[in-house]
Design a binder for this molecule. Sequence first.
Ligand code: AMP
Length: 223
Amino acid sequence: MNILIFGPNGSGKGTQGSLVKQKYNLDHIESGAIFRQHIGGGTELGKKAKEYIDRGELVPDDITIPMVLDVLKKAGPNGWLLDGFPRSIVQAQKLWEALKADGVKLNYVIEILLPREVAKNRIMGRRLCKNDPNHPNNIFIDAIKPVDGKCRVCGGELSARSDDQDEEAINKRHDIYYNTETGTLAACYYFKNLANEAGFKYIELNGEGSITEIKETLLAQLS
Ligand code: AMP
């Protein structure tokens, strides 16, 4: 099974992606994580990519596109969940051309919809538990609100990620995501328009629901 997932930063895309990945035992291919691995490993590609990433800009296509297509080709037999790519109309076109050329079937495209202001508040409200980064806490979401300023799961100390508090950086990332002309939403709509003729299912999810609600709606539509 091969799946593309779209959603703005703050929409719960990472959480839903992990759940889907586990259920179908897919390779979770995240362009941002591949870049971070290269940077951590000190590769040439990592060095080139870092300057763009640090500025909150997209890494140029001549680096990004071959890198992602190469990882896709090496995915395991159960298929992949691709996350963070494509982020522009050009990347969408190149991805679709490559899949067609390699005879790879795309099964699902998932879009998590969330208004921009809501996405921004969610990011700024996220709090990290010092005992376990997977304990969800967010001061703006009632279902996962910290209790007396401490982790709602274990009572641990909470802190905010510094990049989550950087409004300018969040706005920059969202400018790219919500751009329907050339940005990530343009890439998303490119696939939406292809869905019928190309024979894959396009699933739209309301990102304002709780993690469990979104997960249940999603899994019901995948099976
Ligand atoms: P992410 O972890 O998805 O937020 O990605 C971190 C950073 O990696 C982004 O801010 C970009 O600089 C870069 N990046 C990730 N995916 C792409 C992509 N598809 N095209 C260009 N740059 C990307």
